[in-house]
Design a protein around this ligand. Sequence first.
Ligand code: SF4
Length: 71
Amino acid sequence: MSIRRVWIEEGCIACNLCEDLVPEVFEVPAGNTCRPKKGHEAHLTGDDEMDERVQEAADSCPVEVIQLEQD
Ligand code: SF4
């Protein structure tokens, strides 16, 4: 299984946890909610270690708004 796409549903509380865990993929701009970082797609190459970190971020999100598409 590889993570192919990441998006954030409404409801982010801007806790910054995902950015702390995977700053290559998530960013929480000051005063805003989380969004996939520009260029994050370059990090979704099927690398196991990266996929585990992104999965951990999704599992750790307190409001479960991080969505992943896997194949
Ligand atoms: S972990 Fe969830 S609530 Fe926290 S900043 Fe990321 S998307 Fe938002």
